[in-house]
Write a protein that binds this ligand. Structure first.
Ligand code: HEC
Ligand code: HEC
Length: 377
């Protein structure tokens, strides 16, 4: 008797408070409105200071934060290539290839899920996995830390910024994250338009905006100020051309399957990147990738997790046909349907997408400080 009253009360209470709890989290099915991009979120334990940002900038361009001291973050996220890498599949650590397309780091500070499959939660957590990942930086913590210790200018800068006697590798990641938080773009024609400058978008771009939120339905996933709901979908992006025939890419792919602990059956049989499945091991997640932002895409071709498309016009054609087909057809999102866009409408949509990028963010590589033997006193 007592127990059933308890159960009854529990059900009633949950029923009363659950909706409020859910609402407090934000209604998950309600699409966030498009808007100008706000200030960049900063981690409480990693405040932005000019000295930290400058140190992070040097480290971002410094190949000594990697295995054989030959490859820096900037080699796969090059300012001249949209802060990404201009081939469908990124270059890899020397003598390897990567297995996915390199993403731009412009505006990456706004994501709470980084990487194509959302594997890292913060820039501070992302940087070490990039510098240490087998086909990316392939570095070892203690070796990279020791290298920093042999560079007097870094010793001084780490001491100034973090107060440590010797550079600590974890602080290197913090400095890089602080630098990445400065690579943001908030003054695109679209942002100006949203901030009440009606003339910042032309007529075609405004028609494109209406299509984006209407007939073309891009808004269902690319929403909020970042143009990303940060959820995961399989659009049926076709397998990367030449993927199956390229021995180097297959080696990396099998290595990733093995390293991420898929079943032997999958290890032997998978022929395409299963995306989110690597993290959840749920069949329904095969082929799903995080919705990327559409900002700065003017400079970041090729597109998609495997660089399947070289132009934004190709991407629009892909959506106009209702997406594509890949090995994970059972998981393809039902949101995508053929759109029936006319050529003029496709052009308007393209113009709108281009208004989401402002001026190219250019930067020269900084002059890097030299090694010097440690004084023996
Ligand atoms: C060998 C090439 C390579 C190197 C070196 C490299 N990256 Fe990357 N980076 C990539 C690729 C490829 C991806 C996408 C990988 C994925 O999603 O699985 C990526 C993804 C990222 C992302 C996620 C962006 C987003 O939209 O989620 C960030 C941030 C990033 N890299 C920063 C860095 C930093 C910082 C360094 C140096 C410590 C670095 N990368 C070194 C190739 C590289
Ligand atoms: C069902 C959700 C969804 C809808 C609807 C959608 N997208 Fe996407 N978009 C994604 C996902 C997920 C990716 C990444 C897919 C991948 O790499 O396999 C993506 C990738 C892209 C990219 C590539 C970006 C990059 O950095 O590589 C562009 C451009 C793009 N979408 C534009 C659009 C446009 C334009 C529309 C409307 C015609 C649209 N999307 C509709 C979810 C969606």
């Amino acid at each position: 008797m007592k127990n059933s009253i308890k159960k009854y009360l529990a059900v009633v209470l949950v029923g009363m408070f659950l909706p409020t709890l859910l609402l407090a989290e934000g209604d998950p099915d309600k699409d966030a409105p498009l808007d100008a991009l706000g200030p960049v979120p900063v981690q409480l334990d990693n405040k932005q200071t000019p000295e930290k940002i400058e140190l992070g900038r040097m480290l971002f361009f410094d190949p000594r934060l990697g295995g054989d001291a030959s490859i820096a973050c900037s080699d796969c996220h090059s300012p001249k290539e949209g802060w990404s890498f201009a081939a469908p599949i990124s270059r890899g650590y020397p003598a390897t290839v990567h297995w996915r397309s390199s993403q731009t780091i412009v505006n990456s500070a706004y994501y709470s899920k980084l990487f194509w499959a959302g594997a890292a939660k913060s820039l501070e957590a992302q940087a070490p996995s990039a510098a240490k990942g087998g086909v990316a930086g392939n570095g070892e913590d203690d070796v990279m830390e020791a290298r920093l210790a042999f560079i007097p200018e870094y010793r001084e800068r780490f001491r100034d910024v973090f107060g440590d006697e010797w550079p600590l590798i974890n602080n290197a990641w913090k400095a890089i994250a602080a630098f990445e938080r400065t690579l943001v773009q908030r003054d695109t024609p679209f942002d100006k338009y949203m901030k009440d400058d009606g003339a910042a978008l032309g007529e075609a771009e405004k028609r494109g905006l209406a299509l984006f939120q209407g007939k073309a339905n891009c808004f269902e996933c690319h929403n909020g100020p970042l143009f990303s709901d940060q959820k995961f979908y399989n659009l049926g992006v076709p397998r990367h051309d030449g993927w199956l025939e390229d021995g180097m890419k297959q080696i990396t792919f099998r290595f990733e399957l093995y390293a991420k602990g898929v079943t032997e059956e999958d290890y032997r049989n998978l022929k395409d990147d299963p995306g989110l499945y690597f993290r959840t091991k749920q069949k329904r997640d095969k082929g799903k990738f995080r919705t990327p932002s559409l900002r700065y895409t003017l400079y970041t071709a090729p597109y998609m997790h495997n660089g399947a498309f070289f132009g934004l016009d190709e991407v629009i054609d892909f959506y106009n046909e209702g997406g594509g087909t890949n090995d994970f057809a059972a998981n393809k999102t039902r949101i995508l349907k053929p759109l029936g866009l006319t050529d003029d409408e496709k052009e308007d949509l393209l113009m709108f997408l281009e208004s989401l990028s402002g001026e190219e963010i250019v930067m020269e590589a900084p002059k890097l400080p030299k090694y010097e033997p440690l004084a023996m006193d």
